[in-house]
Design a protein around this ligand. Sequence first.
Ligand code: RFL
Ligand code: PHB
Length: 396
Amino acid sequence: MKTEVAIIGAGPSGLLLGQLLTNAGIDNVILERRSGAYVLSRIRAGVLEQGTVDLLREAGVADNLDANGLIHDGFEIAFNGDRVRIDLEGLTGGKHVTVYGQTAVTEDLMNARRAAGATTYYEAEDVTPHDVTTDAPYVSFTHEGTAYRLDCAYIAGCDGFHGVSRRSIPAERLNTFSREYPLGWLGVMSETPPVAEELIYATHERGFAMCSMRSPTRSRYYIQVAADESPDNWSDEAFWAELKQRLPADVAGQLVTGPSIEKSVAPLHSFVAEPMQYGRMLLLGDAAHIVPPTGAKGLNLAVSDVNTAYRVFRQIYDHSRPEALNAYSATCLSRIWKTERFSWWMTSNLHKFSDTPDFNSRMQRAEISYYLDSKAGRATIAENYVGLPFAALPAA
Ligand code: RFL
Ligand code: PHB
């Protein structure tokens, strides 16, 4: 079997890159370890930056998003009993975010790929990149008991944090930077109307909580828990009771509760691998970097890598510039580190790290009130939340 770009992983990174390449006439095959149904069962991100929405439109997969996405021109931070609104539109000259779930983005992309007739192998086993530092790389895998070899010109490693692509790079060729936080987010999805029109990030002495949504009838809530907490320790009643305690009283009074339709714990982790290229293999999205969810950046960062990789492939295929590949990593990383910074800042300052007041907790308080009390501070939060501009490739 032969293709131009072998894509490992059918999460949002792999599917979106595949769609853009297919539309541009650049042949690609996706190899995914799980079934399509399993990929769709993972409840993850909910907030899309404008650049993400624009790229989904460019890929021709935004009809449902445009019909059903919720435009949010502000969000709130609850701090010290006050609710402070970050006026995204007013502070950024008219920008906003769109609330539309990762599951829906993934489903739209899967449908578009099927309609385009592009090839995807779901439940592909033992996917392994080979000879990536030569001109003739290939990927081996097994599907329904048959072993295959996929020859290609390039490999896109879109296989998430636990994928094979990054692990196949020799350790001495990769620098990794990591921070584990001693916390996780316990998330609940429920068929209940959202407690407020906008998202709320709430600091509290019992720990952080946040209120999000997927639609006018579906809510997503999170509470800070220990990193190793099991969702099985939390009945729905216990979750709602704890959430109520952590929200400002007027918000808690509005909360409509109901049975959970999903409950899971996500550990908080910051991670970056440099460089994001090894020979003819690129790393995209969670395969190269992880952010804690507090800034709503993981999916958006993956999409900005896809934007850069797609422009690189257009340079290579439309303008015969194979050297464009060498600009990929540095172009992505400058934006990634700024986004890592914002996610780290939100995480470090909004969560509870100690049971007793200490220097760090006083600094958190000072840091948050300093930013929230000043228009410049709120503008800094707003411009990061709506998304920094996508980085352009250096001019040819
Ligand atoms: P994914 O989605 O992990 O997809 C990788 C795919 O690769 C497959 N795979 C393999 N395939 C073949 N062979 C192998 N050896 C393979 N190993 C793995 C996997 O099965 C999978 O299908 O990575 P991708 O595409 O880079 O997308 C990244 C995003 O999924 C992630 O960054 C976001 O979900 C993070 N995130 C959020 N991001 C936002 O932008 N806004 C948010 O509001 C937001 N909230 C969140 C989040 C992540 C969360 N969790 C659970 C980690 C909230 C949560 C709770
Ligand atoms: C979500 O809706 O799942 C969500 C929203 C904002 C975040 C993280 C997750 O910062």
